[in-house]
Design a binder for this molecule. Structure first.
Ligand SMILES: CC(=O)CC(=O)SCCNC(=O)CCNC(=O)[C@H](O)C(C)(C)COP(=O)(O)OP(=O)(O)OC[C@H]1O[C@@H](n2cnc3c(N)ncnc32)[C@H](O)[C@@H]1OP(=O)(O)O
Ligand SMILES: NC(=O)C1=CN([C@@H]2O[C@H](COP(=O)(O)OP(=O)(O)OC[C@H]3O[C@@H](n4cnc5c(N)ncnc54)[C@H](OP(=O)(O)O)[C@@H]3O)[C@@H](O)[C@H]2O)C=CC1
Length: 291
């Protein structure tokens, strides 16, 4: 199936990265959010990131200008409907995602493929609420999207082969690598990664170490590019907590208990980098640990 236009719903950190790589690969992109300021910030972020790529010669100025011209911003979800493929990248809440797919339903073209960039939520369950479970997939990018090579592809129980192959073709056209995961809570990467971040929050909660010692231990002792608390802030602590709840509920195993300190940070609105404060405070010149 020929894919020309890609709709992206949610213009947060993932939505802007997805729009960036899709436009550079030659797709027309319709980027939607409920907030004009978020749309404007997403476009500014894309321009900045592409500018850096052009600056170091990874892409040409012409490619950059052409890619930026392929991105259309809209507050009207209906304008996303006729896209060949839609990637939902809104907040990690099942009620929000269901509402988006319900709202899209009357505006979809017959052939439109629906996908979700969800980090953890059942693809089968999301698909079952739509009119096209056979044309529904998990299309899971990693953060930061322009840099990370992997895309997890998750089939729901009803996903057909044509849909899977269309998504695989897109991943290849981006120069990224697809890995297939079965549809179980948090798939592969987050099944392993997010419990590690939650465990780091427990180590902090129990006083095993402070923020700096925990992050340094994993950076210098295990060669991780970011410490687990820094990575939690980078992903978004609300997203990390939501994933822990999906693991805990979906696998009914106490080993996935969300750390109470992680919950407290989210309740405080200390969601990490995107909120200016999380395990670190980002409001000054350099990030300062909060504990
Ligand atoms: C939660 C989920 O559902 C799934 C997930 O995504 S889990 C999270 C997965 N991601 C990770 O684990 C990221 C771990 N961190 C890293 O790999 C690295 O710290 C990093 C790539 C983010 C930054 O690397 P670094 O060497 O410290 O920084 P830096 O040298 O500034 O950046 C490296 C490159 O990334 C680019 N980059 C960094 N952050 C970026 C961002 N937010 N957006 C776009 N590009 C970015 C830089 O432009 C730079 O590109 P060039 O080398 O081509 O100039
Ligand atoms: N952060 C990460 O590292 C990764 C996240 N993901 C997944 O990607 C998705 C997005 O995450 P992320 O970008 O980090 O989250 P962000 O919080 O950065 O962005 C989510 C965006 O969705 C918007 N939004 C909420 N409701 C709607 C709606 N009804 N229609 C359109 N937009 C809406 C939000 O607006 P507002 O702020 O106004 O509510 C916000 O701008 C989640 O499912 C997450 O699990 C996947 C891989 C990695």
């Amino acid at each position: 199936m020929e894919i020309g236009t890609i709709g992206v719903i949610g213009a947060g950190q993932m939505g802007n990265g997805i729009a960036h790589v899709m436009a550079l690969a030659g797709y027309d992109v319709v980027l939607n959010d409920i907030n004009q300021e978020v749309l404007d910030a997403a476009m500014a972020r894309i321009e900045k990131n592409m500018g850096r790529q052009a600056g170091r010669g990874a892409i040409s100025e012409e490619d950059m200008v052409a890619a930026l011209g392929r991105i259309r911003l809209t507050l009207d979800q209906a304008e996303v409907g006729p896209s060949d493929l839609i990637i939902e990248a809104a907040t990690e809440r099942e009620d929000i995602k269901n509402k988006i797919f319900e709202g899209l339903a009357p505006h979809l073209a017959e052939h439109t493929i629906l996908t979700s960039n969800t980090s953890s939520i059942s693809i089968t369950r999301l698909a079952s609420r739509t009119d096209r479970p056979e044309r529904f997939m998990g299309f899971h990018f990693m953060n930061p999207v322009p840099v990370m090579k992997l895309v997890e592809l998750i089939r729901g129980i009803a996903t057909d082969e044509a849909t899977y192959n269309a998504c695989l073709g897109i991943v290849e056209s981006l120069g990224k690598t697809a890995s297939s995961s079965e549809d179980y809570p948090a798939f592969i990467v987050n099944r392993i990664l997010i419990p590690m971040i939650n465990e780091a929050a427990y180590a902090l909660y129990e006083g095993v170490g402070n923020v700096a010692s925990i992050d340094n231990a994993m950076k210098l002792g295990a060669n991780h590019p970011m410490g687990p608390l820094e990575l939690g802030d980078f992903i978004g602590l609300d997203t990390c907590l939501a994933i822990m709840h999906v693991l805990h509920d979906g696998l009914a195993d106490t080993k996935y208990r969300p750390c109470p300190l992680l919950t407290k940070y989210v309740e405080a609105g200390w969601l990490g980098r995107k909120a200016g404060r999380g395990f670190y405070d980002y409001r000054g010149e350099v990030p300062v640990p909060t504990r």
